[in-house]
Design a protein around this ligand. Sequence first.
Ligand code: KIV
Length: 294
Amino acid sequence: MTVPAGKLPLPELQAMKERGDKIVMVTAYDAPGARFAEDAGIDIVLVGDTAAMVVLGHEGTTVPVTVDEMLFLTRTVARNSRRPLVVGDLPFGSYQVSDDDAVRTAIRFVKEGGADIVKLEGGGPMVSRVRRIVESGIPVMAHIGLTPQSATMLGGFKTQGKTAEAARRLVSDPLELEAAGACSTVLEAIPAPVAARVTEALRIPTIGIGAGPDCDGQVLVYHDLLGLTEGHLPRFVKRYANLSREIRDALEAYAAEVRSGAFPGEEHTYEMPADELAEFEGAALDGAVRPRER
Ligand code: KIV
């Protein structure tokens, strides 16, 4: 696919919503992932704090990942993304304490991480965080519904907005976040009719994950959609490949071939000119290759 030159302009996200063109977002955490996303014509690459689980090996929580770890990953992805907008996910603890903290962290993600946009979770007190970060010149993507950084408070990784009252809150939070200047919002694990209502109510685009087909765009976690994640997956994940099976098969085949001597074969082995080889083989090795005695 031919990718247009240059960074996707931020206003294009809103224009896509207005045209009814779906926005495609995927997470990435390293250079190959960023390049694959770019070449597939993905619009937005999210360096998600899901890195805690899918890259750094923390089980069932995004909370432990640090600003420095996220900056390392964001920098790597940004360096390898020309067209897609790169979203840096602010990790837990880096913006909850105060607006000033949030602005300082967001600036680090742009200056040191190369992010185009930063993302943070929640409504309520987060509305003023969004306003202050946007006032400092940095675009913010909001994230409501299931917000994994506060999963304990939510009673686990559970669908949100299943009662009429909770659903009403899910509509009012993003309206406040939009008024504070958010450029779009993730809607995670909420009933499809609620997501449809939020999408209709907002001018900014909604990016759904487990929020049904009526969102303005969709996001999935790279490792989930490629089948690199093993074990239980949320209902909303669709697997487009089974790479963990392929990787396991390949590693097992490699180990077996090394042990049997089948690898390396002749085609993986370097030769040298016959006369040089004869001279080399006829030469005494003593002193020629041994390290000098001290
Ligand atoms: O961290 C992440 O990957 C996310 C997506 C699930 C939206 O926030």
